[in-house]
Ligand binder design. Sequence first.
Ligand SMILES: Cc1cc2nc3c(=O)[nH]c(=O)nc-3n(C[C@H](O)[C@H](O)[C@H](O)COP(=O)(O)O)c2cc1C
Length: 344
Amino acid sequence: MSEEINHRKYDHIRIVRDDDSTDRGKSYFDAWPLQHRALPEIDLKEIDPSTRFLGKPLSFPLMISPMTGGDHDLVRAINKNLAKAAEATGVAMAVGSQRVMITHPAARESFALRPFAPKTVLLANLGAVQFNYGFGLRECQQALEILGADGLYLHLNPLQEAIQPEGETDFRGLADKIGAIAAALPRPLLLKEVGSGLSLRDAEMAVARGIRYIDVAGSGGTSWSRIEHFRHRPGRSSDGGRAGLLFQDWGIPTPDLLRQLSPLRDRVTLIASGGIRSGIDMAKALILGASLCGIAKPFLEPALRSADEVIQLIEQLRKEFIITLFLLGIRRLDELIGNESLLA
Ligand SMILES: Cc1cc2nc3c(=O)[nH]c(=O)nc-3n(C[C@H](O)[C@H](O)[C@H](O)COP(=O)(O)O)c2cc1C
């Protein structure tokens, strides 16, 4: 079992690399044009895109979303390159599910990233459904400790588990269990989906149980249904993974979720992820109410090569984000976040 979980994380990376369409490329943010200013009345050089998250400064509102970890040289290299780049550029980084290190201790090293990122925000990660399969507060604390993390992401992935050949689909009673963990954990707990989205109803259930950070993780980018489709082999399931293709576009688009969740803005910090692919998308996500943006898949190939390549992509996104603010006549994030008058 532990070797299977370790192998699965590796499988996911192989499939994402082999099949371009696992990134749905829906560009849902394109449906939200912005008010271009020909007279912005500011100097691009005076724009300050910095922010704070979990008590630490970030150079601009970006997080490398959770992707991986495990007992493989490739996976160790990916996480090390991402952590070094996050530190060098002052952005946040989250790791992929740490379940593997609980069942397979040799995977721990891939999550011991604090030496590579001593100052910036690092987030731990576990699947919430594991609370129905033996995990509890102890595993959450272990996940935080190995990373020296500033907070713990819990991901919700019912579609992925339903399609996954060995999926764990008992999602009963999770909201209360998540609430109990949030109350007992020494660090903030953040809730996310993995690409189908957390709806207003989900978010209200979480807020009622004390959750203060929600990553909508909506649809538009990486499709876990499609990824798991490719993990079916003949004889492993009755439908041969067909359902994985049927549901590949399932979910709520990320910009729509930000609008849905706007009534909760005064009670939660919203994080936008799922299909964010440029600095323009980032600015739109903030205008729609997010305080921070997460991007996963576009960082995978650069991270396989070097920290420098990850840094280049982050710098590119930063440049695009600043140009967008310039063209909107915006100097700082407090003028941007939730300012829907900037929509055309
Ligand atoms: C290769 C890969 C592995 C991922 N593994 C995890 C994971 O272990 N835990 C998690 O919460 N999300 C995981 N995700 C989901 C992302 O964090 C993110 O929610 C989703 O991919 C949408 O972002 P994107 O469209 O920018 O890729 C993974 C994504 C990718 C591409």
